[in-house]
Ligand binder design. Structure first.
Ligand code: DX5
Ligand code: ZN
Length: 218
């Protein structure tokens, strides 16, 4: 089953509650929340208070994507704010195995994220410990960038690595996902699609979500 995770990075922040309700009513499965620190990535977004503010607005799981240096410092605060899944970048974690278990100790699902250039081999020894692998299909930092097709073989590699280890993981893709690129990712083994601009730039959110699902159903 394909899950659609609209990224609120492309929402109207002045009307965040309404923007979240529009995608929940439109058939979204998760809400993707992009946390940026202006250090790990060249952009700033929001912190735990905003996550806590949106928690009561939706019943959907909050999929928190940390694009921050030294994520261990903030993991408890995001868990307390109501995150259901917290994902950390391999490139930001010196002690990745420790960080993954630290997330799980907070009672939250754990994900690992790889930038487009980071080899899948980097997660071979932790894939058994995570609930989700997120493959960036753009360089993180901004919405509305073009999909990087070179990541597609990495999706296949993650799927193969997981099955070799008899491990069920969600495989999520993030960046430049639309009705053209989503099927390439699903065909390669992805089951969670993050989409920011492809959903929030459309007035009819339900139609945009439906278009993604239909494109992948063929
Ligand atoms: C990029 C973020 C994405 C972003 C995707 O750094 O991680 O979640 O919102 O936006 P689109 O779908 O517009 O590429
Ligand atoms: Zn993201």
């Amino acid at each position: 089953m394909i899950r659609i995770a609209p990224s609120i990075l492309s929402a109207d922040f002045a009307r965040l509650a309404e923007e979240i309700r529009s995608v929940e009513e439109g058939g979204a499965d998760w809400i993707h929340v992009d946390i940026m620190d202006g250090h790990f990535v060249p952009n700033l977004t929001f912190g735990p208070p905003v996550v806590a503010a949106i928690r009561p607005v939706t019943k959907l799981p909050l999929d928190v994507h940390l694009m921050i240096a030294d994520p261990d410092r903030y993991i408890p605060a995001f868990a307390k704010a109501g995150a259901d899944v917290i994902s950390v970048h391999v490139e930001a974690c010196v002690h990745l195995h420790r960080t993954i278990h630290f997330i799980k100790e907070q009672g939250v699902k754990a994900g690992v994220v790889l930038n487009p250039h980071t080899p899948v081999e980097m997660i071979r020894h932790v894939i058994g410990d995570v609930d989700l692998v997120l493959l960036m299909t753009v360089n993180p930092g901004f919405g509305g960038q073009a999909f990087i097709p070179a990541v597609v073989p990495k999706i296949r590699e993650v799927a193969r690595m997981a099955s070799e280890q008899n491990k069920e993981v969600d495989i999520e893709v993030d960046g430049g996902i639309n009705a053209e690129t989503a099927p390439l990712c699903v065909e390669a083994g992805a089951n969670v699609l993050v989409a920011g601009s492809a959903i929030y730039n459309e007035r009819d959110r339900a139609a945009a979500i439906r278009a993604l699902r239909t494109a992948c159903a063929n």
